[in-house]
Design a protein around this ligand. Structure first.
Ligand code: GLA
Length: 433
C-alpha cells in the first residue's frame, strides 16, 4: 500500500511536469541521416557515405554554403549507429572512435561555428534499434548530461528494446533530465510510434508537456507508397493530430525524402506541400552533395517553408475528399491568411478540378492567391468558379491572403502584387471555417 502511494506520487510528479525549454516554437528544420544513410558503417569500402564525422561535416558545409541555413534548415542530426559498442570507463556513451575520431563535442563546435545545430540519437531501452548501447532508466541522467556537455541541441529518443512501463517512466524522466542540464535541447520522442500513435494508449496532452516533437507512426522509406501511406494515416486521424500540435510541440510524420530515388518531381512537391500543411518538422534525409537542382528548388521553396513555419502553429486539415480522387487540404495562417493544397490520387492524367472558394468554406470577399510552385498570382472572389489542373500524384498549392472587401486596386496594381504577404492593410478579420 505504502509503496503503491509512493509510486503514484512519483508518477504524478513526472506526469504533471511541463516542458518549458523555449525551443522549437516553429517546426524544426534541418537534415537527418537515417532514411538516406541508415546504418552504413563500412567506412573502408564506402568512405563517402558511412556514418562518420566526415558525412556530417559534408552536410554541414552544404547547409551553410548552398543557401539552406538562411532558409531555416539548421539542424544536422545524427541518427543510430554513431556510438561505440561500449560505454567508457565512467559509464558514458561515446562515439565510435574510428568513425568519429574528433568526438561529438568537436562536431558540435564545428556546426555552431557555422550557425548550425547538432542533433543526436539515443534509445529508451537496453539497445538502440540498430543494436548499439541504449539508455536504460538508470542511465537517463548521465546520458542527458553527456549530451549537454557535448553542446548538443536536439535529442531523438527512440523506443526499441523497452516495454510500455519503462517507456512511461523513461520518456518523462529524460525530459526532466534534459531540462535539468540547463541547456535548451529540443526533445524528439518516438514513444507514440511504439503504441499505435492514437489515444487512449497515447496521451498527447502529456507528450505536449514533455516533448517538442514526436514520431506518431512508422518509418518513412524511399517510395511514394510509403509517403502516401503516411499521408493517409495522418489525415485519417487528423482530429487527434491537430489538437496535439502547437508551438513547441509537433507531430512528426518523419523525414522529407525529396532529392532521393523514390519520388517523381510531382510527388516531391506533394510531400513538401503536405508536410507544410501538417506543420511537420522538415528534416531532409538526402545527399546534399549531389542533390538535383529540381529537388533543391522544391525544398528551398520560400513560400512552402513560410507556410510550414507559420508562427500560429496550427496544423492544417483535409477539408474535401472527392470520390474522383481529389483531396483538398487547408491550413489557417497568421494575418487571416491560409494555405490550400489540391492533391490528386489519380493515375490517368492531369485532372481539371473545378470549385469555388465559398465551396471551400471561405467567407464572402476577394482573395489574393499566390501559387506556391509556379509563382503566379491572381485575384479571386469567393463566388467565382475556378479550375486547377492537378497532375497525377501531384499538388497545386496556394497561399491565400486575407479577404479584401475594399481597396482592391491597392491589392493588385499593373499585374504585380503590392505589399507583402504579411501586410494587413487589407485584412478584414474573418473566420474561414
Ligand atoms: C527506428 C526509428 C528510425 C531510425 C531507426 C534507427 O526504426 O523509427 O527513425 O531512428 O530506428 O535504427
Amino acid at each position: 500500500m505504502h509503496l503503491a502511494v509512493l509510486l503514484f506520487v512519483a508518477l504524478l510528479s513526472v506526469a504533471t511536469f511541463a516542458l518549458d525549454n523555449g525551443v522549437m516554437r516553429v517546426p524544426p528544420m534541418g537534415w537527418l541521416a537515417w532514411e538516406r544513410f541508415r546504418c552504413d558503417i563500412d567506412c573502408e569500402h564506402d568512405p563517402k557515405n558511412c556514418i562518420s564525422e566526415n558525412l556530417f561535416i559534408d552536410m554541414a558545409d552544404r547547409l551553410a554554403e548552398d543557401g539552406w541555413r538562411e532558409l531555416g534548415y539548421v539542424y544536422v542530426n545524427i541518427d543510430d549507429c554513431w556510438s561505440s559498442m561500449k560505454r567508457d570507463d565512467k559509464g558514458r556513451l561515446q562515439a565510435d572512435p574510428k568513425r568519429f575520431p574528433g568526438g561529438i563535442h568537436k562536431l558540435s563546435r564545428y556546426l555552431h561555428d557555422r550557425g548550425l545545430k547538432l542533433g543526436i540519437y539515443g534509445d529508451m531501452g537496453t539497445h538502440t534499434c540498430g543494436g548499439y548501447p541504449g539508455t536504460t532508466l538508470d542511465k537517463i541522467d548521465l546520458d542527458a548530461q553527456t549530451f549537454a556537455d557535448w553542446e548538443v541541441d536536439m535529442f531523438k529518443f527512440d523506443g526499441c528494446y523497452s516495454n510500455a512501463t519503462e517507456q512511461a517512466l523513461g520518456y518523462p524522466l529524460m525530459s526532466k533530465a534534459l531540462n535539468a542540464t540547463g541547456r535548451p535541447i529540443g526533445y524528439s520522442c518516438s514513444w507514440p510510434a511504439y503504441h499505435g500513435g492514437l489515444p487512449p494508449k497515447v496521451n498527447y496532452t502529456q507528450l505536449g508537456e514533455i516533448c517538442n516533437l514526436w514520431r506518431n507512426y512508422g518509418d518513412i522509406q524511399d517510395s511514394w507508397d510509403s509517403v502516401l501511406n503516411i499521408i493517409n494515416w495522418f489525415f485519417e486521424n487528423q482530429e487527434v493530430m491537430i489538437s496535439a500540435a502547437g508551438p513547441g510541440k509537433w507531430n512528426d510524420p518523419d523525414m522529407l525524402i525529396v532529392g532521393d530515388f523514390g519520388l517523381s518531381m510531382d510527388q516531391s512537391r506533394s510531400q513538401m506541400a503536405l508536410w507544410a500543411i501538417m506543420a511537420a518538422p522538415l528534416f531532409m534525409s538526402n545527399d546534399l552533395r549531389t542533390i538535383s537542382s529540381k529537388a533543391r528548388t522544391i525544398l528551398q521553396n520560400k513560400m512552402a517553408i513560410s507556410i510550414n513555419q507559420d508562427p500560429m502553429g496550427i496544423q492544417g486539415r483535409r477539408i474535401v475528399k472527392e470520390k474522383i480522387g481529389i483531396d483538398v487540404f487547408w491550413r489557417p495562417l497568421s494575418n487571416n491568411a491560409s494555405a490550400l493544397v489540391f492533391f490528386s490520387r489519380r493515375n490517368d492524367m492531369p485532372y481539371r478540378y473545378q470549385t469555388t472558394l465559398s465551396k471551400l468554406n471561405y467567407t464572402t470577399g476577394t482573395y489574393k492567391i499566390y501559387d506556391v510552385f509556379t509563382d503566379k498570382t491572381m485575384i479571386l472572389k469567393d463566388s467565382t468558379g475556378f479550375v486547377v489542373s492537378v497532375n497525377p500524384t501531384g499538388v497545386v498549392m496556394w497561399y491565400v491572403s486575407a479577404p479584401a472587401t475594399r481597396n482592391l486596386r491597392q491589392f493588385h496594381k499593373g499585374g504585380r502584387l503590392r505589399g507583402s504577404a504579411h501586410d494587413d492593410e487589407n485584412a478584414n478579420p474573418r473566420v474561414f471555417l
